[in-house]
Design a protein around this ligand. Structure first.
Ligand SMILES: NC(=O)c1ccc[n+]([C@@H]2O[C@H](COP(=O)([O-])OP(=O)(O)OC[C@H]3O[C@@H](n4cnc5c(N)ncnc54)[C@H](OP(=O)(O)O)[C@@H]3O)[C@@H](O)[C@H]2O)c1
Length: 357
């Protein structure tokens, strides 16, 4: 049996190619998963761009340290098992390599979840090591969950974090890469909360302005080229999905001490990212979604934040059928041109990509 993996050059993440080799015999205690499908968005390119700093290359190492495998969210089926904890035929949702197969060492965590207890993943964030048992396959549902679930959980937790902090006393919230699924998810949750909350400004590129406008979730749209003329100098929060150093610097200088909180969330403009030097206003702070989950578990008791997250992602994913078309591509190798398109900023925000293997 052969296994195909998509390898990316760690020093030049635009260099991507398929690599096929023979499968090794399955280790005792392990299960072999055949990957059935996964989504591709800017989030996956961010995993590659931050692979060294945040450690995303550590999940699915290759034999060559100069290459790595980009993680993706999707579905897989157990095709062979030498573990008492996972039976052949079981489908799983979770964090997979861009590859045809993955061997994991399953350990149960409750009735519905197994974690991969492989030694190289032991010290990595637990949220990425958990695999949830899934029911029968349905192409449209699988695509929606793979595209939206990991993104909208962050959008909702950001919304909850801002609200929990009384909006940092701001009068406006500015969201860059407002056309991204994570950005527009936040705009949607803020819109749901109206009249509570500050005004929402979606910051985007000129070409995506009409798309963000059409979503009708922002009070105002501003564009990267001209926002100094468009954004009022009043108490503000910045939620940075773009990670573009020039935009962040200009916005901090424009707002000065009116920048009350600056949340670093994404780097969709990954090739324009630079670490923050000294800037006027609040110092940019990395938003770590699992901390907000922990806080709400303590505030509300077990299961409550999970219930809200489940409702929240489903609402926006359902709503997306009005503004996003799902494009299903066939075969692992179809991921290569799509990844390249996203890495080069060439995809349109009204498309959600799902690769079916
Ligand atoms: N920290 C977390 O926990 C967390 C969780 C989820 C997502 N995120 C991050 O949020 C960001 C958005 O992810 P997503 O999957 O929601 O994105 P997406 O839906 O694929 O968004 C695409 C948008 O990103 C911008 N973009 C993408 N590639 C670009 C490029 N090469 N050059 C310039 N602009 C580009 C464009 O928006 P504009 O024209 O509007 O800029 C584009 O419409 C990613 O960086 C992701 O890692 C972080």
């Amino acid at each position: 049996m052969s296994i195909t993996e998509i390898h990316v050059e760690r020093g030049n993440i635009r260099n991507i190619k398929a690599h096929t080799g023979d499968a090794q015999p399955l280790a005792d205690g392990a299960a072999r998963l055949q990957i059935e499908g996964f989504a591709l968005t800017a989030n996956n390119v961010t995993y590659a761009a931050t692979g060294e700093v945040i450690g995303y290359w550590k999940f699915f190492p290759t034999d060559d340290p100069a290459t790595g495998i980009v993680p993706v969210w999707g579905f897989a089926r157990v095709i062979e098992s030498r573990s008492a904890h996972l039976e052949v035929g079981q489908r799983l949702y979770g964090f997979f390599p861009m590859a045809s197969h993955l061997d994991i060492t399953p350990e149960p965590r409750g009735a519905n979840v197994v974690i991969d207890a492989a030694p190289h993943r032991r010290d990595l964030p637990p949220v990425y090591n958990a695999y949830t048992r899934a029911g029968a396959s349905d192409a449209a549902d699988d695509a929606l969950k793979s595209i939206f679930y990991p993104l909208l959980l962050t959008s909702y937790l950001l919304f909850d974090f801002l609200k929990d902090n009384d909006w940092f006393k701001a009068e406006q919230i500015i969201i860059s890469s407002a056309s991204s699924k994570t950005g527009l998810g936040l705009c949607k949750y803020l819109a749901e909360a109206r009249p509570d909350g500050p005004r929402v400004i979606g910051l985007t590129s000129k070409g995506n302005r009409a798309f963000v406008q059409g979503l009708d979730a922002c009070d105002q749209i501003a564009t990267y080229g001209a926002f100094e003329q468009e954004i009022a100098q009043i108490p503000s929060v910045y939620v940075d999905m773009a990670g573009n150093a020039d935009i962040r610097g200009r916005l901090h200088h424009h707002l000065g001490e009116n920048m009350l909180h600056s949340a670093a969330v994404g780097t969709s403009h990954w090739d324009k990212f630079e670490p923050t030097g000294d800037l006027p206003g609040a110092r940019p702070r990395f938003f770590f979604a699992p901390s907000q989950v922990e806080k709400r578990r303590a505030d509300w008791g077990p299961g409550q934040i999970e219930k809200r997250l489940e409702g929240a992602w489903r609402r926006v994913a359902q709503d997306s059928l009005d503004w996003m078309k799902i494009e299903i591509s066939q075969g692992l190798s179809s991921a290569i041109p799509i990844y390249t398109e996203i890495a080069n900023g060439k995809t349109t925000p009204d498309t959600g990509h799902y690769i079916e293997l």
